[in-house]
Ligand binder design. Structure first.
Ligand SMILES: Cc1cc2nc3c(=O)[nH]c(=O)nc-3n(C[C@H](O)[C@H](O)[C@H](O)COP(=O)(O)OP(=O)(O)OC[C@H]3O[C@@H](n4cnc5c(N)ncnc54)[C@H](O)[C@@H]3O)c2cc1C
Length: 520
């Protein structure tokens, strides 16, 4: 019997039917078999966690529903991709594989190379499409912004009108080797396209008015940030449809929502801006972009102990501990708090970012390798082209949680501490500790380090390293490969000269009051 000829649409981090070029184009060519492959090796990597898988699972349920509505349900298989493709060849003539390009971790990079070798041997074309404005190989930073504009301006592709039925739905077995990290997922965002669309709609019409005011506030940001990140990471929404919906809304929205919309749209561009760095230099998952800093933090004998305390939210610094405890439960933190916890671990605790990155990736439901590694290296001072970002958790706490309500929610042992000591309870006199029945070092940890002294030492070490002529030369090379080509305005230039810099697209017109500015 002759085998049916099929177009294999391989779903990875693009779990939708709309604005999905591989599905749309494959459907023009003939019978489509859409597959998702659970890859045990991928899910056993040290950056994977159960909360990621739960989100993906929710998305797969809806994806299957949408594909079934079109005529061909989702085929869910498990195993090594090449083995799965070989198995499918027993039943089908695979005319082509259709997928989106993926900017994943080093493991998925190597897997793609293996898949390509196999497909080439079989003479099966692999049709890959961009879902982000990201370029393979050497990046074209000089033209990045205009190419990104072009990408986001292209019309979103509709679903194919219909798919011809090829094979009945197959589901995954119950005994998959799932990651065991972070089993609690009660308060983790749920996946699926319909929830993503609802979030988008409500954000653009209602919550965006408060976006800029609340974006760094750990209590209000969970409600007033868009919260679209896991949908964008796992592809239940495409960034293009989000950008276009926001731009359309901007043409209709009242004045009080305009600045929020502008700021939101520029952040949407940052996603691929950061992902491009990992695509250009996949080794940045393991090595410092600025080679001079490669061994900078390998001299800390307490690194492992500090790392555990930091991860568990037991550093003795309330704002850090509240953020880490909240992240463990909810899977999300606003940008400012992410930057602060990484900066604290890197500078005050002097932990190498390579120890921080995998467990933090497991904690974020929205873990996107390209943003994650770029941001972690930036916040820990190993890019060579960014200003040092040494946050004071006490100042951040006073600015963004002045009454200590966020701290008290996540560190209930500090419930009785008066507001004047809530950000630095270690300075509370012993008679107050007796009075409020909270003993620092007993009920709540004493700080692991002197936070001012450790910050100063860290800054001195990095500053003296950066002065070295070789280090300066290396930093220039990093800038040529990865630095933003965004034009600097007079105002941003003056910020740079005072050790602050500007983010992509952060022109005078759309500058936002989030003080996390960068040269990227
Ligand atoms: C150390 C560190 C690690 C991070 N890791 C991730 C990660 O793994 N995945 C992730 O999606 N974001 C990451 N971010 C960026 C940022 O914190 C999140 O994108 C944002 O908090 C997600 O919430 P939101 O969707 O409500 O964002 P919004 O403010 O509503 O932004 C909309 C979208 O724009 C993109 N975006 C926003 N801020 C940034 C940024 N600073 N850099 C790049 N893209 C941005 C995201 O896709 C986001 O969903 C990280 C930031 C830091 C400092």
């Amino acid at each position: 019997m002759t085998k049916p000829t099929i177009q294999l649409v391989w779903y990875k981090r693009d779990l939708r039917t709309v604005d999905h070029a591989p599905l749309y184009m494959a459907a023009q060519k003939g019978l489509v078999l859409p597959i998702y492959i659970f890859e045990p090796e991928l899910w056993s990597q040290k950056d994977a966690s159960l909360r990621h898988w739960r989100f993906v699972q929710d998305c797969l349920i809806e994806l299957n529903r949408d594909l079934s509505r079109l005529g061909q349900p989702l085929i869910q298989l498990h195993g090594d991709v090449v083995d799965v493709f070989e198995h499918l060849q027993n039943h089908y003539q695979i005319s082509g594989v259709w997928s989106h390009q993926e900017t994943g971790n080093l493991w998925s990079f190597a897997r793609d190379q293996k898949v390509l070798t196999w497909l080439n041997k079989q003479n099966i074309p692999w049709n890959e499409f961009k879902q982000h404005p990201i370029h393979r190989g050497k990046s074209q930073r000089d033209y990045w912004q205009s190419q990104a504009n072009q990408h986001f301006n292209q019309a979103c592709l509709p679903e194919p009108e219909a798919l011809t039925f090829v094979q009945a739905q197959t589901t995954l077995p119950n005994d998959l080797p799932l990651p065991t990290a972070l089993c609690n997922h009660e308060q983790i965002q749920k996946g699926g396209r319909s929830l993503g669309l609802r979030l988008l709609q409500r954000f653009l019409t209602q919550r965006v008015g408060n976006y800029l005011f609340d974006i760094a506030n750990p209590i209000k940001a969970p409600q007033n940030s868009s919260r679209l990140s896991p949908h964008l990471t796992w592809g239940s929404l495409s960034m293009r449809e989000v950008v276009q919906a926001a731009q359309f809304r901007q043409s209709q929205a009242p004045v009080n929502q305009q600045r929020g919309l502008t700021a939101f749209i520029s952040r949407c561009f940052w996603q691929s801006h950061f992902m491009q760095k990992l695509e250009t230099e996949p080794q940045m998952e393991q090595h410092c972009l600025h080679a001079a800093t490669e061994n900078l933090r390998l001299d800390n004998p307490s690194a492992d102990v500090f790392l555990q305390a930091w991860l568990q939210g037991k550093t003795g610094v309330p704002m850090i501990d509240a953020c880490m405890r909240s992240l463990r439960v909810t899977g999300w933190l606003p940008f400012r708090m992410r930057a602060m916890v990484v900066s604290f671990a890197s500078y005050q605790l002097w932990i190498d970012w390579r120890l921080i990155a995998p467990p933090l990736a497991q904690l974020f439901t929205d873990y996107e390798p390209g943003i994650h590694y770029s941001q972690i290296q930036m916040q820990s001072g190993t890019t060579g082209i960014n200003a040092m970002r040494v946050y004071s958790p006490v100042k951040q706490g006073k600015d963004h949680d002045p009454l200590g309500l966020f701290i008290k929610t996540w560190c209930p042992e500090l419930q009785t501490v008066p507001v004047e000591y809530i950000h630095q309870p270690w300075s509370m006199p012993i008679e107050w500790q007796i009075h409020f029945s909270v003993f620092i070092g007993q009920d709540y940890p004493a700080p692991l380090v002197d936070i001012d002294e450790s910050a100063k030492q860290a800054k001195d070490k990095l500053a003296s390293l950066r002065k070295d002529p070789n280090a300066k030369q290396q930093a220039k090379g990093v800038f040529i490969t990865h630095g933003s080509r965004a034009k600097r305005t007079k105002k941003t230039q003056s910020k740079i000269s005072t050790h602050k810099a500007t983010r992509p697209g952060n022109t005078a017109k759309n500058r936002v009051p989030d003080n996390q500015l960068s040269l990227f």
